[in-house]
Design a binder for this molecule. Structure first.
Ligand SMILES: NC(=O)c1ccc[n+]([C@@H]2O[C@H](COP(=O)([O-])OP(=O)(O)OC[C@H]3O[C@@H](n4cnc5c(N)ncnc54)[C@H](O)[C@@H]3O)[C@@H](O)[C@H]2O)c1
Length: 254
């Protein structure tokens, strides 16, 4: 028996990188999973369906920064599965960002990072939470980053957007807890996702320093996040709200 048997989950940014592993991890625990991404997630959904059953995964291509797209995504999940139990706000402009001095960040790029990384999670909550309120149950997991605690150079747009997730979680937790919705943050440290590994030039520069700052002195992998994700998505964390769980080998204490 899985810890998420009967649950319906949406993972934004689920087509690749860490999000793809989140989708697989939730499905392995019994959840039906919507792989929602601006990229094509049909292969991830097909792999889940092949392994766990035809109704266990489907993909929706959407832009999380567009309210119309978010409304369409939520409607398609509810039409297909009848409810939303778990929302993982994982989609972000991240691995495509080039390190840039703050004064050289293009204003349009700054706005795009905020539109995807901050407005996106808000839009998802705006449209998914009413279904959770009706069901008097829900789990919202906002994906932040250890960088929001430490700051890192040359990523002011990204770090600012991830800092916003910490306040967003705390505020939502107050508003939604009385409706049975638990809102928490998962804050990964540097994780060797396939997107990150595709950009090895910048990674190689920081990898040794990142590992040296950890208590657990090794690389982090997407699979390292699954225990915490499933905990926050399942009934095991039903008395946990407004918290940040940092999964970073001990670099950051929240
Ligand atoms: N890899 C790390 O070291 C690390 C560390 C801390 C936090 N994180 C966070 O984990 C999450 C996943 O990171 P990743 O390493 O897999 O990088 P990634 O860049 O591959 O993940 C982003 C995902 O979001 C999707 N996406 C981007 N814009 C979108 C949009 N407008 N609408 C819908 N989907 C969109 C992308 O297609 C991609 O699948 C991000 O929120 C990131 O900030 C990653």
């Amino acid at each position: 028996m899985g810890r998420l048997d009967g649950r319906v989950a949406i993972v934004t940014g689920g087509a690749k990188g860490i999000g793809k592993v989140y989708c697989e991890g939730l499905a392995a625990e019994g959840a039906r999973v919507c792989v929602a991404d601006i990229a094509d997630g049909s292969e991830v959904a097909a792999a889940i369906a092949a392994k766990y059953g035809a109704d266990r995964g489907f993909a929706v291509t959407f832009d999380v920064s567009s309210e119309r797209d978010v409304e369409g995504l939520v409607a398609s999940v509810v039409a297909r599965y009848g409810k939303i139990d778990v929302l993982v706000n994982n989609a972000a402009v991240f691995s495509t960002l080039q390190p840039t001095e703050p004064w050289e960040i293009d204003v349009a790029l700054w706005d795009r990072v905020m539109a995807v990384n901050v407005r996106g999670p808000f839009l998802m909550v705006k449209h998914a939470a009413p279904h959770m309120i009706t069901a008097k149950y829900g789990k919202i997991i906002n994906i932040a980053s250890g960088t929001a605690y430490r700051g890192i150079p040359h990523m002011a747009h990204y770090v600012t957007s991830k800092g916003a997730m910490l306040g967003f979680t705390r505020a939502l937790s107050r508003d939604l807890g009385k409706h049975g919705i638990r809102v928490n943050t998962l804050a990964p440290g540097l994780i060797m996702s396939d997107s990150i590994m595709a950009n090895t030039e910048h990674i190689d520069e920081m990898r040794d320093a990142v590992i040296a700052a950890r208590s657990i002195k090794r690389d982090g992998h997407p699979e390292d996040l699954i225990g915490a994700l499933v905990f926050l998505a399942s009934g095991e964390s039903d008395f946990v709200a407004g918290q940040t769980l940092a999964v970073c080998g001990g670099t950051t204490s929240t």
